[in-house]
Design a protein around this ligand. Structure first.
Ligand SMILES: NC(=O)C1=CN([C@@H]2O[C@H](COP(=O)(O)OP(=O)(O)OC[C@H]3O[C@@H](n4cnc5c(N)ncnc54)[C@H](O)[C@@H]3O)[C@@H](O)[C@H]2O)C=CC1
Ligand SMILES: Nc1nc(O)c(N)c(N[C@@H]2O[C@H](COP(=O)(O)O)[C@@H](O)[C@H]2O)n1
Length: 262
């Protein structure tokens, strides 16, 4: 197994050597999809779309970011670990860098028994950060109680103001999330999904690199896809926001990498 990330990742993410903007980290959006653009099965059932080789590529990518972000839908559905266990231990100095797990969880529904917290407790994972909407302890006793339980299990809770007019309701604004993470020292962020998080990040001009693993399978209409904003102008021409910079086969999968256009 290779002992360093694939060359295209080193090249695509070399902007990480530069400081990120003041208002956000460098952002990489990445996920795996079928050829009919599904990221999960019927009813959201988790699908292992990536084969071994592209999964190893994803784990190398994880080592190259300060933080790794998923939405609460993914955290509850998949109970992910977000670590780098598919990589062989490095031969030389120290272990691989582990990204900080970050969960976007407006109402604090994450379970204190989840694998991310269990891994932190047993010393194999970093302390997860949970981003939620601000709590008014007097009127939200249940949420305050859940906060206490999650903190007891090891989580750091980050509260952000949620506008009553937020659209869709209950969504924390992406720029606010990114600013809070940047202020906490996160300089590079890998966003893994799920469907709603992908749509939200694609709707804002904040994604520097987009890396999609395409597995040669059809999931069918019952599968879960993701929405993207309209990239067509009134005359039907493509208003490209990204340019494709690299395509490479990893085992049976095709990985397509894009970078944001200025
Ligand atoms: N194939 C792949 O690479 C991946 C697939 N998945 C799949 O995605 C599915 C989960 O996706 P979703 O249910 O859409 O959940 P999600 O993981 O996208 O979380 C969405 C939830 O986060 C909260 N949220 C707060 N602020 C938000 C914002 N600004 N934008 C979006 N959400 C915000 C809301 O409660 C929202 O319902 C699962 O089936 C999982 O297996 C998840 C990650 C990667
Ligand atoms: N790269 C990739 N390929 C797939 O086929 C996937 N289903 C995912 N899912 C993402 O990875 C998380 C699971 O991570 P762990 O294996 O538990 O470390 C899952 O929650 C999705 O974010 N990714």
């Amino acid at each position: 197994m290779a002992d360093q990330p694939p060359a295209f990742l080193l090249d695509l993410l070399k902007h990480h050597e530069e400081p990120p903007p003041a208002e956000r980290p460098h952002v990489t959006l990445t996920f795996a999809q079928s050829i009919d653009a599904k990221i999960a099965g019927a009813g959201g059932r988790q699908l292992i779309l990536s084969g071994k080789e592209s999964m190893v590529m994803t784990h190398w990518m994880r080592t190259m970011h300060d933080g790794i972000l998923v939405g609460i839908g993914t955290a509850l559905n998949d109970d992910p670990q977000l670590n780098v266990r598919h990589l062989a231990p490095p031969s030389g100095s120290g272990p691989h860098h582990l990204p900080r797990p970050i969960i976007i969880d407006t109402h604090l529904g994450l379970l204190p028994t989840c694998k991310l917290l269990a891994n932190f407790q047993n010393g194999t994972g970093r302390r997860p950060w949970i981003v939620c909407s601000s709590i008014s302890p007097e009127v939200e006793e249940d949420k305050q109680q859940r906060k206490g339980m999650l903190e007891e299990a090891g989580a750091k809770i980050i509260e952000l103001p949620l506008s009553p007019r937020s659209s869709p309701p209950g969504y924390l604004p992406v720029p606010l999330i990114l600013k809070a993470l940047r202020d906490l020292g996160v300089c590079s962020l890998m966003v893994e999904g799920g469907a709603r998080i992908i749509a939200s990040f694609l709707s804002e001009p904040v994604v520097d690199a987009l890396i999609v693993t395409i597995a040669p399978v059809l999931v069918g209409d019952a599968g879960v896809g993701y929405q993207s904003p309209t990239f067509l102008s009134n005359n039907g021409e493509l208003k490209a926001r990204f340019k494709d910079v690299h395509t490479e086969s990893f085992g049976k999968d095709t990985v397509v990498a894009f970078e944001a256009l200025p």
